[in-house]
Design a protein around this ligand. Structure first.
Ligand SMILES: Cc1cc2nc3c(=O)[nH]c(=O)nc-3n(C[C@H](O)[C@H](O)[C@H](O)COP(=O)(O)O)c2cc1C
Length: 182
C-alpha cells in the first residue's frame, strides 16, 4: 500500500504555464490512492481545463467560493478542515503575494488562511519575477509563517529564457508531500 493511500490532499492550481504539470501530479496522487480535491483559480482556468482534473479525480473541481457543492455552506472552511495537506502547484507570484499579506479574496486564499494543516508551495515563474526582491521577501515571510517550499528549479522556462523559476517536477512534489505527511 502507498504511503499516501487514503490521505486527503487538497491540490490548488494557479495561473501559470506549468499548470499542465499539475495534471500529471494529480494522476500520481490518484494512482497512490490518495483522496484528492482540486481548487483552480480563475487564471488557472486560462491554462488548463476543469475537465482534466475532474476526469483524473472523478470529483467536481472547486473554482468559486460562492458556488459550493450541495450541502456545504462555507466551502473554504470545509476544504481547510478536510485536508491533511494543502499543496499549491504551481503557485504564481500573485498568489504568493496574496498569501504573504494574508488576503482571502478567492476560494484558494481563504482556504489557506483557514487551514491548520501543512502547506506546500511549488512556485513557478519567469526568472526575473522569481529574483525580484519583493517576491523573495514574500517567500521569506511565508517560510517564517511555517509554509513549506519545493523548488523552483533552474532550467528552461516557458517564457523562452532559462534560470531559476521552473516548477519542481511532479515526482519531486509527490515526494515532498509524502515527507510532510510522514
Ligand atoms: C502566458 C502567461 C503565462 C504566465 N505564467 C506565469 C507564471 O508562470 N508564473 C506567474 O507567477 N505568473 C504567470 N502569469 C501571470 C499570472 O497568470 C497572473 O499574475 C494571474 O493574475 C495569476 O492569478 P492567480 O495567482 O490567481 O492564479 C502568466 C500570464 C500569462 C498571460
Amino acid at each position: 500500500m502507498s504511503e499516501l493511500s487514503g490521505r486527503k490532499i487538497l491540490l490548488a492550481v494557479t495561473g501559470g504555464v506549468s499548470a499542465y504539470k499539475s495534471c500529471y501530479l494529480t494522476s500520481l496522487l490518484v494512482q497512490a490512492q490518495a483522496d484528492v480535491e482540486v481548487i483552480m483559480t480563475k487564471a488557472a482556468l486560462e491554462f488548463v481545463g476543469v475537465a482534466s482534473f475532474t476526469a483524473l479525480t472523478k470529483k467536481r473541481v472547486h473554482t468559486d467560493i460562492f458556488n459550493p457543492p450541495n450541502g456545504i455552506n462555507a466551502l473554504h472552511i470545509y476544504l481547510a478542515d478536510w485536508a491533511d495537506v494543502v499543496v499549491i502547484a504551481p503557485i504564481t507570484a500573485n498568489t504568493l503575494a496574496k498569501l504573504a499579506c494574508g488576503l482571502a479574496d478567492n476560494l484558494l486564499t481563504a482556504t489557506v488562511l483557514a487551514s491548520r494543516s501543512p502547506i506546500l508551495l511549488a512556485p513557478a515563474m519567469n526568472v526575473n519575477m522569481w529574483e525580484n526582491k519583493v517576491v523573495q521577501e514574500n517567500v521569506s515571510r511565508l517560510k517564517q509563517a511555517g509554509m513549506h517550499f519545493v523548488g523552483p528549479q533552474s532550467g528552461h522556462l516557458a517564457c523562452g529564457t532559462s534560470g531559476t523559476g521552473r516548477m519542481a517536477e511532479p515526482d519531486e512534489i509527490f515526494d515532498a508531500i509524502a515527507d510532510l505527511l510522514k
